[in-house]
Design a protein around this ligand. Sequence first.
Ligand code: FES
Length: 83
Amino acid sequence: MGITVKFLPDDREAIAEPGEPLLTVADRAGVSIPTGCMMGSCHACEVDITDQNGDERTVCACITAVPTGPDPLEVNLAVDPSW
Ligand code: FES
């Protein structure tokens, strides 16, 4: 039993296990998230995820794992390029 992870704006989905790296899931969904350092410092891989309360939170995909909820989890790649 997994969580549906929905990648926006392309609207692609993959089933993921909690704890799985977000980049692995994105790959499986056929979504490519830009990366750089792969250790959480360059922020090239920033995405917004929507948590249980419906609040958006910006995270670095390279160091983020799939949380235990909500299901479906929305991951938005269209973050504002202000960095
Ligand atoms: S790739 Fe640099 S913060 Fe994720």
